[in-house]
Design a protein around this ligand. Sequence first.
Ligand code: 9WN
Length: 433
Amino acid sequence: MDLDRSARDAQRVLADNDVDGRYTRPAAGLYPHQWSWDSAITAIGWAHVAPGRAWTELQTLFAAQWRDGRIPHIVYHRPECGTYFPDAGRWRTAGLTAAHAVATSGIVQPPVHASAALRVWEVSARGDADRAAITDLYPRLLRWHAYLHEHRSDGRGGVLIWHPWESGTDNSPRWDRPLAAVRADPRPIYERADLVHVDAGVRPTDADYDRYVRLLDRLADDAYDDATIRVHHPFRVTDVLTTAILVASDRALGRIADIVEAPTIERDLLAAWVARGEAAVTTARDDATALYVDHDHLADAPIVSRTFAGLAGLVAGIDPQLDTLTGPDFCGAPGLAFPLPPSTSPDAAGFTPRSYWRGPIWPVAVWLLTQALERVGHPDVAARLRSTALDAVGAAGMAEYLDPFTGAPLGAPRQSWTAAVVLDWVASQRAQT
Ligand code: 9WN
């Protein structure tokens, strides 16, 4: 594997997707605005190139923070740019008392931001400008986490989501059952824009989209008021992966609190959040599959589905899950082009190799796992996964996701967070040798 070449290609993708030196669109064409968790991870890529630009990425995103603390999943800095559905107007957030002046969506995405900010800090020179940037971000990160703990708690430490887009793993089979229960009749009126850019076979179906749009419209009807939504919304799920990501980020925010010398009361609060989240993930373990599972509150039933989200114990840092990771559902699945975890186990119901989160390998998902493996004390396994992922992504370009059996690139061909994780992996590989 040619690390220099990978780093050069990745830098070029970030530069090409850069908008005004302020934020990075996830991909030209398909995703023309600023996305929440993409930006956080992309900031890590920038940190390896220009730390100042990394802080700007996070600052631009957090400037769109709502007054209730939420970080919206899309920020439409230039609503007129590109074709994307849903457009800014569909969300009906303009004029909402909770919303910021810039046009945004009203839902959220997984809270990787504090973990990303800590990584940017570690990569940076930790000079005065870096310290000023992380000090400025800290209270905003704290308010973001407080929003999740206060408004999205399922009462047991788990994080509730109101839309599959909030999970970041939109059409994962884990949402099939709760989504099927959402009525989409009569069909909402809308026009998809994604299929102008990529093949329909690699994207969610129209039936999925009808339900995504129905849920969006319902949330807008409720003006994104979580107290109302939690009572009657037709999609109410505890997302175990988001819960695990929040545990890791609460822990990272604890480290940031030390760096910025935050008051003890805030550090105690963060420690309490970590403990609560760990307990929630622990109780979400399904003994039969050794995976961690979501909970559908409308059906009042666990969602047992073999997807990479089941590795939430590893992501939360409470259970390395090495046998599961390397076993036949994931890296050890027969016929894989590379021993990397597919987004859905090839042996699971709902698996399709080319369709979005239903089978393809997502470099960003692999990165979540390599990060977690380092944290739980398995740097050797992390290094192996990283090196394999660099080979796979190197062969496929900086694609959004890959066919697990052929390694062929799928989705957007030059995706920002793929480039960012490549830069992070390259740096870790270099540090190791
Ligand atoms: C909806 C931008 C985003 C990612 C998500 C991914 C996909 C959007 C879409 O693209 O979702 O938010 O239009 O399909 O599922 O994780 O943040 O890259």
